[in-house]
Design a protein around this ligand. Structure first.
Ligand code: PMP
Length: 428
Protein backbone atom coordinates (compact mmCIF):
# COMPACT_ATOMS: atom_id res chain seq x y z
CA UNK A 1 0.00 0.00 0.00
CA UNK A 2 1.13 3.54 -0.69
CA UNK A 3 1.12 6.18 2.04
CA UNK A 4 2.57 9.11 0.11
CA UNK A 5 -0.13 11.66 0.86
CA UNK A 6 -0.18 10.65 4.56
CA UNK A 7 3.56 11.26 4.77
CA UNK A 8 3.22 14.67 3.10
CA UNK A 9 0.44 15.68 5.49
CA UNK A 10 2.49 14.45 8.44
CA UNK A 11 5.41 16.64 7.36
CA UNK A 12 3.10 19.66 7.22
CA UNK A 13 1.52 18.81 10.58
CA UNK A 14 4.91 18.57 12.28
CA UNK A 15 5.58 22.21 11.47
CA UNK A 16 2.66 23.45 13.55
CA UNK A 17 1.72 20.63 15.96
CA UNK A 18 4.29 19.09 18.36
CA UNK A 19 5.23 15.75 16.80
CA UNK A 20 2.50 16.34 14.23
CA UNK A 21 -0.18 14.83 16.49
CA UNK A 22 -2.56 15.86 19.24
CA UNK A 23 -2.01 12.66 21.23
CA UNK A 24 1.46 11.04 21.25
CA UNK A 25 0.74 7.39 20.45
CA UNK A 26 -0.79 8.39 17.10
CA UNK A 27 2.67 9.36 15.87
CA UNK A 28 3.98 5.78 15.25
CA UNK A 29 7.11 6.71 17.22
CA UNK A 30 7.15 3.29 18.88
CA UNK A 31 6.98 1.37 15.62
CA UNK A 32 8.75 3.79 13.27
CA UNK A 33 7.42 5.30 10.05
CA UNK A 34 4.83 7.95 9.38
CA UNK A 35 1.28 7.75 10.72
CA UNK A 36 -1.66 7.13 8.43
CA UNK A 37 -3.90 10.16 7.91
CA UNK A 38 -7.53 9.10 7.77
CA UNK A 39 -10.05 10.63 5.42
CA UNK A 40 -13.20 8.86 6.57
CA UNK A 41 -14.38 5.64 8.16
CA UNK A 42 -17.42 3.46 7.87
CA UNK A 43 -18.31 0.29 9.75
CA UNK A 44 -15.17 -1.77 10.28
CA UNK A 45 -13.10 0.12 7.70
CA UNK A 46 -10.86 3.15 7.59
CA UNK A 47 -10.28 4.99 4.32
CA UNK A 48 -7.06 6.97 4.32
CA UNK A 49 -5.98 10.03 2.34
CA UNK A 50 -4.07 7.83 -0.17
CA UNK A 51 -7.22 5.84 -0.99
CA UNK A 52 -6.24 2.74 1.03
CA UNK A 53 -8.93 0.76 2.82
CA UNK A 54 -7.89 -0.69 6.18
CA UNK A 55 -9.64 -3.11 8.54
CA UNK A 56 -9.70 -1.27 11.83
CA UNK A 57 -8.86 -2.86 15.18
CA UNK A 58 -8.44 0.41 17.07
CA UNK A 59 -11.92 1.86 16.68
CA UNK A 60 -10.75 5.31 17.80
CA UNK A 61 -9.12 3.57 20.80
CA UNK A 62 -12.37 2.03 21.95
CA UNK A 63 -15.46 4.14 21.33
CA UNK A 64 -16.51 2.61 18.00
CA UNK A 65 -17.96 -0.59 19.39
CA UNK A 66 -20.70 -0.58 16.73
CA UNK A 67 -18.39 0.48 13.92
CA UNK A 68 -17.56 3.88 12.44
CA UNK A 69 -20.18 6.40 11.33
CA UNK A 70 -22.91 4.30 12.90
CA UNK A 71 -26.14 5.73 11.49
CA UNK A 72 -28.20 6.20 14.68
CA UNK A 73 -25.29 8.05 16.29
CA UNK A 74 -24.61 10.25 13.26
CA UNK A 75 -28.32 11.07 12.85
CA UNK A 76 -28.63 11.99 16.53
CA UNK A 77 -25.66 14.37 16.29
CA UNK A 78 -26.94 16.03 13.10
CA UNK A 79 -30.40 16.56 14.55
CA UNK A 80 -28.99 18.07 17.74
CA UNK A 81 -26.51 20.29 15.91
CA UNK A 82 -29.36 21.99 14.07
CA UNK A 83 -30.59 23.31 17.42
CA UNK A 84 -27.28 24.79 18.53
CA UNK A 85 -24.00 23.30 19.68
CA UNK A 86 -23.56 24.45 23.28
CA UNK A 87 -25.58 26.41 25.80
CA UNK A 88 -23.88 26.10 29.19
CA UNK A 89 -27.40 25.50 30.54
CA UNK A 90 -29.14 22.28 31.56
CA UNK A 91 -30.71 20.21 28.79
CA UNK A 92 -33.09 17.23 28.96
CA UNK A 93 -30.75 14.92 27.04
CA UNK A 94 -28.30 15.06 29.99
CA UNK A 95 -30.92 13.53 32.26
CA UNK A 96 -31.89 11.03 29.57
CA UNK A 97 -28.36 9.66 29.20
CA UNK A 98 -27.70 9.83 32.96
CA UNK A 99 -30.86 7.82 33.71
CA UNK A 100 -29.99 5.27 31.06
CA UNK A 101 -26.38 4.86 32.26
CA UNK A 102 -27.49 4.53 35.89
CA UNK A 103 -30.00 1.84 34.86
CA UNK A 104 -27.36 -0.15 32.95
CA UNK A 105 -24.50 -0.11 35.46
CA UNK A 106 -24.65 -1.80 38.88
CA UNK A 107 -24.01 0.06 42.16
CA UNK A 108 -24.35 3.62 40.88
CA UNK A 109 -27.10 6.12 41.69
CA UNK A 110 -25.77 9.27 40.08
CA UNK A 111 -23.37 10.13 37.29
CA UNK A 112 -21.61 13.32 36.22
CA UNK A 113 -20.47 13.95 32.66
CA UNK A 114 -17.14 15.49 31.71
CA UNK A 115 -15.22 15.78 28.43
CA UNK A 116 -12.62 13.00 28.58
CA UNK A 117 -11.48 9.90 30.41
CA UNK A 118 -8.68 11.96 31.95
CA UNK A 119 -11.16 14.36 33.51
CA UNK A 120 -13.33 11.48 34.72
CA UNK A 121 -10.44 9.79 36.57
CA UNK A 122 -8.98 13.03 37.88
CA UNK A 123 -12.37 14.09 39.26
CA UNK A 124 -13.10 10.64 40.69
CA UNK A 125 -9.86 10.71 42.67
CA UNK A 126 -10.52 14.24 43.94
CA UNK A 127 -13.97 13.12 45.03
CA UNK A 128 -12.53 10.06 46.80
CA UNK A 129 -9.93 12.19 48.59
CA UNK A 130 -12.51 14.77 49.60
CA UNK A 131 -15.00 12.13 50.73
CA UNK A 132 -12.45 10.22 52.80
CA UNK A 133 -10.40 13.22 53.94
CA UNK A 134 -7.19 11.40 52.98
CA UNK A 135 -4.48 12.26 50.46
CA UNK A 136 -2.86 9.06 49.25
CA UNK A 137 -4.01 6.84 46.41
CA UNK A 138 -2.87 3.45 45.16
CA UNK A 139 -2.46 2.94 41.44
CA UNK A 140 -0.96 0.01 39.55
CA UNK A 141 2.17 0.10 37.42
CA UNK A 142 1.19 -0.03 33.76
CA UNK A 143 -2.38 1.19 34.30
CA UNK A 144 -3.22 4.43 32.52
CA UNK A 145 -5.85 6.77 33.84
CA UNK A 146 -5.29 9.75 31.58
CA UNK A 147 -2.64 12.42 31.73
CA UNK A 148 -3.48 14.27 34.93
CA UNK A 149 -0.54 14.69 37.32
CA UNK A 150 -1.38 12.07 39.95
CA UNK A 151 -1.53 9.32 37.34
CA UNK A 152 1.70 9.88 35.43
CA UNK A 153 3.57 7.64 37.82
CA UNK A 154 4.57 4.38 36.09
CA UNK A 155 1.69 4.97 33.69
CA UNK A 156 0.85 2.68 30.79
CA UNK A 157 -0.22 3.44 27.20
CA UNK A 158 1.71 6.24 25.43
CA UNK A 159 3.49 7.04 28.68
CA UNK A 160 5.38 3.71 28.58
CA UNK A 161 5.55 3.64 24.81
CA UNK A 162 7.51 6.89 24.90
CA UNK A 163 9.62 5.91 27.89
CA UNK A 164 8.13 8.55 30.18
CA UNK A 165 5.96 6.67 32.65
CA UNK A 166 6.95 9.37 35.17
CA UNK A 167 6.55 12.64 33.31
CA UNK A 168 8.68 15.71 34.01
CA UNK A 169 6.33 18.46 35.14
CA UNK A 170 4.67 16.29 37.78
CA UNK A 171 5.87 17.68 41.10
CA UNK A 172 7.47 15.53 43.79
CA UNK A 173 4.71 16.76 46.08
CA UNK A 174 2.06 15.23 43.82
CA UNK A 175 4.03 12.06 43.10
CA UNK A 176 4.52 11.24 46.78
CA UNK A 177 0.76 10.74 47.24
CA UNK A 178 0.53 8.15 44.45
CA UNK A 179 1.57 4.77 45.81
CA UNK A 180 2.48 2.21 43.22
CA UNK A 181 1.36 -1.43 43.31
CA UNK A 182 1.87 -4.46 41.08
CA UNK A 183 -1.17 -5.49 39.04
CA UNK A 184 -2.55 -8.91 40.01
CA UNK A 185 -0.52 -8.95 43.25
CA UNK A 186 -2.81 -8.72 46.29
CA UNK A 187 0.00 -9.26 48.80
CA UNK A 188 1.77 -6.22 47.43
CA UNK A 189 -1.39 -4.11 47.81
CA UNK A 190 -1.93 -5.38 51.37
CA UNK A 191 1.67 -4.47 52.23
CA UNK A 192 1.28 -0.92 50.89
CA UNK A 193 -1.95 -0.48 52.84
CA UNK A 194 -0.35 -1.66 56.06
CA UNK A 195 2.58 0.74 55.57
CA UNK A 196 0.13 3.66 55.09
CA UNK A 197 -2.57 2.95 57.66
CA UNK A 198 -5.54 5.35 57.54
CA UNK A 199 -3.88 7.49 54.86
CA UNK A 200 -5.22 5.94 51.66
CA UNK A 201 -8.35 7.43 50.12
CA UNK A 202 -8.74 5.08 47.19
CA UNK A 203 -7.37 2.34 45.00
CA UNK A 204 -7.82 3.04 41.30
CA UNK A 205 -7.31 0.45 38.58
CA UNK A 206 -8.29 -0.68 35.14
CA UNK A 207 -10.18 -3.79 36.28
CA UNK A 208 -9.29 -5.40 32.95
CA UNK A 209 -6.13 -3.59 31.95
CA UNK A 210 -5.80 -2.40 28.37
CA UNK A 211 -2.91 0.03 28.56
CA UNK A 212 -0.10 -2.49 28.88
CA UNK A 213 -1.75 -4.56 26.21
CA UNK A 214 -4.75 -6.50 27.46
CA UNK A 215 -4.22 -8.02 30.92
CA UNK A 216 -7.23 -9.60 32.61
CA UNK A 217 -7.43 -9.68 36.40
CA UNK A 218 -6.18 -12.95 37.92
CA UNK A 219 -8.76 -15.13 39.61
CA UNK A 220 -9.77 -13.49 42.90
CA UNK A 221 -7.77 -10.29 42.31
CA UNK A 222 -10.76 -7.93 42.05
CA UNK A 223 -12.58 -9.68 44.89
CA UNK A 224 -9.43 -9.42 47.00
CA UNK A 225 -9.16 -5.69 46.34
CA UNK A 226 -12.81 -5.27 47.27
CA UNK A 227 -12.27 -6.99 50.58
CA UNK A 228 -9.05 -5.04 51.36
CA UNK A 229 -10.95 -1.82 50.65
CA UNK A 230 -13.82 -2.89 52.92
CA UNK A 231 -11.46 -3.84 55.73
CA UNK A 232 -9.45 -0.62 55.55
CA UNK A 233 -12.24 1.82 54.70
CA UNK A 234 -10.76 2.66 51.29
CA UNK A 235 -12.79 3.48 48.16
CA UNK A 236 -12.35 1.20 45.18
CA UNK A 237 -12.36 3.03 41.84
CA UNK A 238 -12.81 1.04 38.66
CA UNK A 239 -11.49 2.99 35.68
CA UNK A 240 -13.85 1.57 33.08
CA UNK A 241 -12.94 4.10 30.40
CA UNK A 242 -12.04 1.19 28.09
CA UNK A 243 -14.19 -1.56 29.56
CA UNK A 244 -17.40 0.32 30.38
CA UNK A 245 -20.29 -0.44 28.01
CA UNK A 246 -17.81 -2.66 26.10
CA UNK A 247 -17.29 -5.86 28.06
CA UNK A 248 -20.89 -5.95 29.29
CA UNK A 249 -23.80 -3.56 29.70
CA UNK A 250 -22.69 -3.00 33.28
CA UNK A 251 -18.96 -3.26 32.54
CA UNK A 252 -16.49 -5.20 34.67
CA UNK A 253 -18.65 -4.89 37.77
CA UNK A 254 -21.27 -6.98 36.00
CA UNK A 255 -18.83 -9.30 34.21
CA UNK A 256 -16.83 -10.25 37.33
CA UNK A 257 -19.55 -9.63 39.93
CA UNK A 258 -17.40 -7.24 41.97
CA UNK A 259 -18.74 -3.87 43.16
CA UNK A 260 -16.74 -0.67 42.85
CA UNK A 261 -17.39 2.50 44.86
CA UNK A 262 -16.71 4.91 42.01
CA UNK A 263 -16.68 4.05 38.31
CA UNK A 264 -15.07 6.11 35.53
CA UNK A 265 -16.22 6.07 31.94
CA UNK A 266 -15.07 7.41 28.58
CA UNK A 267 -14.86 6.18 25.00
CA UNK A 268 -18.07 4.14 24.28
CA UNK A 269 -20.21 6.38 26.52
CA UNK A 270 -19.67 9.27 24.09
CA UNK A 271 -20.23 7.35 20.87
CA UNK A 272 -17.04 8.93 19.48
CA UNK A 273 -17.61 12.45 20.75
CA UNK A 274 -15.51 13.85 23.62
CA UNK A 275 -17.22 12.45 26.72
CA UNK A 276 -16.14 11.05 30.04
CA UNK A 277 -18.17 10.42 33.17
CA UNK A 278 -17.82 9.27 36.74
CA UNK A 279 -20.49 7.68 38.86
CA UNK A 280 -21.08 6.31 42.34
CA UNK A 281 -23.75 5.73 44.92
CA UNK A 282 -25.67 8.76 46.15
CA UNK A 283 -23.82 9.52 49.40
CA UNK A 284 -20.53 9.82 47.47
CA UNK A 285 -21.87 11.75 44.48
CA UNK A 286 -23.71 14.21 46.75
CA UNK A 287 -20.29 15.27 48.00
CA UNK A 288 -19.81 17.10 44.69
CA UNK A 289 -20.55 20.81 44.13
CA UNK A 290 -23.16 22.28 44.09
CA UNK A 291 -24.46 19.89 46.78
CA UNK A 292 -21.18 19.19 48.51
CA UNK A 293 -17.72 20.62 49.09
CA UNK A 294 -15.71 18.87 46.34
CA UNK A 295 -15.45 21.19 43.35
CA UNK A 296 -15.70 19.93 39.78
CA UNK A 297 -17.02 21.74 36.70
CA UNK A 298 -16.87 22.16 32.90
CA UNK A 299 -18.05 24.74 30.35
CA UNK A 300 -18.70 22.07 27.74
CA UNK A 301 -19.60 19.22 30.12
CA UNK A 302 -22.86 17.58 29.07
CA UNK A 303 -22.50 19.14 25.62
CA UNK A 304 -25.69 18.44 23.65
CA UNK A 305 -23.97 16.91 20.61
CA UNK A 306 -21.86 14.66 22.79
CA UNK A 307 -24.85 13.64 24.91
CA UNK A 308 -26.91 12.89 21.81
CA UNK A 309 -24.17 10.65 20.41
CA UNK A 310 -23.71 8.89 23.74
CA UNK A 311 -27.44 8.45 24.26
CA UNK A 312 -27.89 6.89 20.81
CA UNK A 313 -24.97 4.54 21.49
CA UNK A 314 -26.09 3.45 24.96
CA UNK A 315 -29.68 3.04 23.81
CA UNK A 316 -28.61 0.54 21.17
CA UNK A 317 -26.36 -1.38 23.58
CA UNK A 318 -29.12 -1.43 26.19
CA UNK A 319 -31.69 -2.72 23.74
CA UNK A 320 -29.41 -5.30 22.13
CA UNK A 321 -27.21 -6.73 24.89
CA UNK A 322 -26.52 -9.77 22.70
CA UNK A 323 -24.00 -7.46 20.98
CA UNK A 324 -21.62 -8.13 23.88
CA UNK A 325 -21.92 -11.90 23.38
CA UNK A 326 -21.51 -11.58 19.66
CA UNK A 327 -18.38 -9.46 20.11
CA UNK A 328 -16.88 -11.91 22.59
CA UNK A 329 -17.58 -14.72 20.11
CA UNK A 330 -15.90 -12.86 17.26
CA UNK A 331 -12.90 -12.09 19.47
CA UNK A 332 -12.60 -15.74 20.54
CA UNK A 333 -12.73 -16.73 16.85
CA UNK A 334 -9.95 -14.26 16.05
CA UNK A 335 -7.94 -15.56 19.02
CA UNK A 336 -8.22 -19.15 17.83
CA UNK A 337 -7.25 -18.19 14.28
CA UNK A 338 -4.27 -16.16 15.46
CA UNK A 339 -2.96 -19.08 17.52
CA UNK A 340 -3.05 -21.39 14.48
CA UNK A 341 -1.50 -18.71 12.23
CA UNK A 342 1.33 -17.79 14.62
CA UNK A 343 2.06 -21.41 15.59
CA UNK A 344 2.75 -22.24 11.95
CA UNK A 345 5.84 -20.04 12.22
CA UNK A 346 6.84 -21.34 15.67
CA UNK A 347 6.69 -17.89 17.20
CA UNK A 348 6.86 -17.28 20.93
CA UNK A 349 3.90 -15.23 22.06
CA UNK A 350 1.05 -14.86 24.53
CA UNK A 351 -2.43 -13.75 23.59
CA UNK A 352 -4.58 -12.17 26.30
CA UNK A 353 -8.28 -11.65 25.77
CA UNK A 354 -11.37 -10.54 27.64
CA UNK A 355 -14.62 -9.93 25.74
CA UNK A 356 -13.79 -7.74 22.74
CA UNK A 357 -10.33 -6.72 24.00
CA UNK A 358 -7.39 -8.82 22.82
CA UNK A 359 -3.65 -8.38 22.41
CA UNK A 360 -0.69 -10.31 21.11
CA UNK A 361 2.37 -10.07 23.36
CA UNK A 362 5.61 -11.36 21.83
CA UNK A 363 6.68 -12.55 25.21
CA UNK A 364 8.13 -15.80 26.54
CA UNK A 365 6.20 -15.70 29.81
CA UNK A 366 2.54 -15.18 30.63
CA UNK A 367 1.74 -11.44 30.69
CA UNK A 368 0.10 -10.63 34.00
CA UNK A 369 1.47 -7.23 34.99
CA UNK A 370 3.61 -4.33 33.82
CA UNK A 371 6.90 -6.14 34.36
CA UNK A 372 5.92 -9.15 32.26
CA UNK A 373 4.32 -6.92 29.60
CA UNK A 374 7.55 -4.94 29.31
CA UNK A 375 9.49 -8.15 28.54
CA UNK A 376 7.72 -8.53 25.20
CA UNK A 377 9.96 -8.37 22.12
CA UNK A 378 9.40 -4.91 20.71
CA UNK A 379 11.32 -5.54 17.49
CA UNK A 380 9.07 -8.45 16.63
CA UNK A 381 6.05 -6.29 17.44
CA UNK A 382 7.27 -3.50 15.12
CA UNK A 383 7.66 -5.93 12.22
CA UNK A 384 4.29 -7.49 12.99
CA UNK A 385 2.64 -4.06 13.04
CA UNK A 386 4.15 -2.92 9.73
CA UNK A 387 3.52 -6.29 8.12
CA UNK A 388 -0.15 -6.07 9.04
CA UNK A 389 -0.40 -2.45 7.91
CA UNK A 390 0.99 -3.45 4.51
CA UNK A 391 -1.78 -6.09 4.36
CA UNK A 392 -4.43 -3.46 5.17
CA UNK A 393 -4.91 -4.36 8.83
CA UNK A 394 -4.71 -1.47 11.30
CA UNK A 395 -3.78 -2.36 14.88
CA UNK A 396 -2.51 0.00 17.57
CA UNK A 397 1.04 1.23 16.83
CA UNK A 398 2.40 0.05 20.19
CA UNK A 399 2.69 -3.25 22.02
CA UNK A 400 1.32 -1.53 25.13
CA UNK A 401 -2.17 -1.20 23.70
CA UNK A 402 -5.08 -3.53 23.23
CA UNK A 403 -7.02 -4.30 20.06
CA UNK A 404 -10.70 -3.32 20.19
CA UNK A 405 -13.13 -5.29 18.09
CA UNK A 406 -16.29 -3.72 16.72
CA UNK A 407 -19.58 -5.37 15.93
CA UNK A 408 -19.18 -4.10 12.36
CA UNK A 409 -16.36 -6.62 11.74
CA UNK A 410 -17.59 -9.58 9.72
CA UNK A 411 -16.23 -13.12 9.96
CA UNK A 412 -14.80 -12.51 6.51
CA UNK A 413 -12.85 -9.53 7.92
CA UNK A 414 -11.60 -11.74 10.74
CA UNK A 415 -10.53 -14.44 8.28
CA UNK A 416 -8.66 -11.85 6.22
CA UNK A 417 -6.95 -10.67 9.39
CA UNK A 418 -5.95 -14.20 10.40
CA UNK A 419 -4.63 -14.84 6.89
CA UNK A 420 -2.62 -11.61 7.00
CA UNK A 421 -1.18 -12.64 10.39
CA UNK A 422 -0.20 -16.03 8.95
CA UNK A 423 1.61 -14.32 6.07
CA UNK A 424 3.31 -11.72 8.29
CA UNK A 425 4.30 -14.30 10.92
CA UNK A 426 6.42 -16.08 8.30
CA UNK A 427 8.52 -12.93 7.93
CA UNK A 428 9.20 -12.41 11.65
N1 PMP B 1 -8.44 5.59 31.52
C1 PMP B 1 -8.23 4.59 30.66
C2 PMP B 1 -8.37 3.18 31.14
C3 PMP B 1 -7.88 4.87 29.34
O1 PMP B 1 -7.66 3.85 28.50
C4 PMP B 1 -7.78 6.21 28.92
C5 PMP B 1 -7.41 6.58 27.49
N2 PMP B 1 -6.92 5.63 26.69
C6 PMP B 1 -8.01 7.22 29.86
C7 PMP B 1 -8.36 6.88 31.14
C8 PMP B 1 -7.93 8.66 29.47
O2 PMP B 1 -8.97 8.98 28.63
P1 PMP B 1 -8.85 10.22 27.63
O3 PMP B 1 -7.80 9.88 26.65
O4 PMP B 1 -10.23 10.33 27.05
O5 PMP B 1 -8.50 11.41 28.45
Amino acid sequence: MIYKRSSALFAEAQRVIPGGVNSPVRAFTAVGGDPVFVEKAEGAYLYDVDGNKLIDYIGSWGPMILGHAHKPVIDAVIEKAKKGTSFGMPTKIETDIASLAVSMVPNIDKIRFVNSGTEACMSAVRLARGFKGRDKIIKFAGCYHGHSDSFLIQAGSGAITFGTPNSPGVTKGTAKDTLLARFNDLDNVAEIISENKNEIACIILEPVAGNMGCIPPAEGFLQGLRSLCDTHDILLIFDEVMTGFRLAKGGVQELYGVAADIVCFGKVIGGGLPVGAFAAREEIMNYLAPLGPVYQAGTLSGNPLAMAAGFAMLTELNENPEIFKSLAKKTAYLHKGLVVALDESNLTYTINRTGSMISVHFSETPVVDFETAAKGNNNTFKKFFHGLLAEGIYIAPSAFETWFLSEALSYEDLDKTIEACRKVAKTL
